[in-house]
Write a protein that binds this ligand. Structure first.
Ligand code: C2E
Ligand code: MG
Ligand code: MG
Ligand code: MG
Length: 280
């Protein structure tokens, strides 16, 4: 009786696992193909200076329109790209596309790109960034690289060295999703960051939980003390933006201000150039 049930369970898990492996392998094959045929695309989400309403930067986010499964988000395929090494050609393509896009803007809005921890593990990240800057001719200070805390956890000494080399190229570095990882405050002062993005989980809690507000306040104070540009991520309401303004946060990004959009759409938005504060 019990034996039979046990075997049944085992069979269930085995076929479930097989199913997942098959799906994953299929996705890997499709991703390889998509990178080769360049059928992935980028969207860009503006980031604004809160008090003046000026657009400061636009973050590059990769998208995949899968022939069968439809639009897939990066959380689904970036992990596969990392496991398989496909992240390297993919992210070189994303960075180049982002820089070329920024060159078409008739302003000095910066462009930011997300880096994966696995790119830090490989020895050629600095050369890759240098090559992209050289090939495209984008002024280095207009490129910002977003790095999550994991990068520093894996091999802090190595990460520190790579980050100093990146700074020597003239690019800006921002810590992404701040508050969600395990990084200690010492990382912030020891690593050459220019900016820090407060994870949207804390912004979502503004006006709802006293602890979120306390954390956001503390991060803003810390950021000012360390001379970091603080960005609030995931701003979804007017109230959140108002609070952030009151708390002295510099910059904001989120659906309330703009959704990630196609590069052509962003170019049009830049031509209209309406400050955030003056929206309906
Ligand atoms: P991230 O770098 O923290 O990017 C911000 C994410 O929050 C994006 O999700 C964006 O669409 C979403 N977002 C923006 N405003 C709001 C808002 O107001 N509310 C909510 N709920 N969400 C908002 P997305 O595009 O799905 O990207 C997820 C993550 O995938 C990114 O987090 C980043 O870590 C990674 N990623 C995206 N593009 C790339 C890429 O080109 N390379 C690498 N290595 N990672 C990428
Ligand atoms: Mg980011
Ligand atoms: Mg983030
Ligand atoms: Mg993230």
């Amino acid at each position: 009786e019990a034996k039979g049930a046990g075997r049944k369970t085992w069979c269930f898990y085995a076929s479930d696992m097989n199913e997942r492996i098959i799906q994953r392998n299929q996705l890997e094959r499709d991703l390889r193909q998509a990178i080769k045929e360049q059928t992935l695309h980028i969207v860009m989400q503006p980031r604004y200076h809160i008090s003046s309403g000026r657009m400061i930067a636009a973050e590059t986010l990769v998208r995949w329109y899968h022939p069968v499964r439809g639009q897939l988000g990066p959380d689904l395929f970036i992990p596969i790209a990392e496991e398989t090494g496909l992240i390297h050609p993919l992210s070189a393509w994303i960075m180049r596309s982002a820089c070329l896009e920024a060159l078409t803007w008739e302003n000095d809005v910066r462009v930011s790109v997300n880096l994966s921890p696995s790119e830090f593990r490989r020895g050629d990240l600095v050369a890759k960034v240098r090559d992209v800057l050289q090939e495209t001719g984008l002024a280095p200070q207009r490129l910002e690289l977003e790095i999550t805390e994991n990068v520093m956890l894996e091999d802090a000494d190595r990460a520190l060295e790579v980050m100093h080399q990146l700074k020597a190229l003239g690019v800006r570095l921002a810590m992404d999703d701040f508050g969600t990882g395990y990084s200690s405050l010492s990382y912030l002062s020891n690593f050459p960051f220019d900016g820090l993005k407060i994870d949207r989980a804390f912004i979502a809690g503004l006006g709802e939980s006293a602890s979120s507000q306390a954390i956001v306040e503390a991060v803003i104070a810390l950021g000012s003390a360390l001379d970091l540009t603080i960005t609030a991520e995931g701003v979804e309401t007017a109230e959140q933006l108002e609070q952030l303004k009151r708390l002295g946060c510099f910059e904001a990004q989120g659906y309330y201000l703009d959704r990630p959009m196609h590069p052509e759409e962003l170019r049009k938005a830049m031509k209209r150039a309406q400050p955030v504060g003056e929206r309906s």
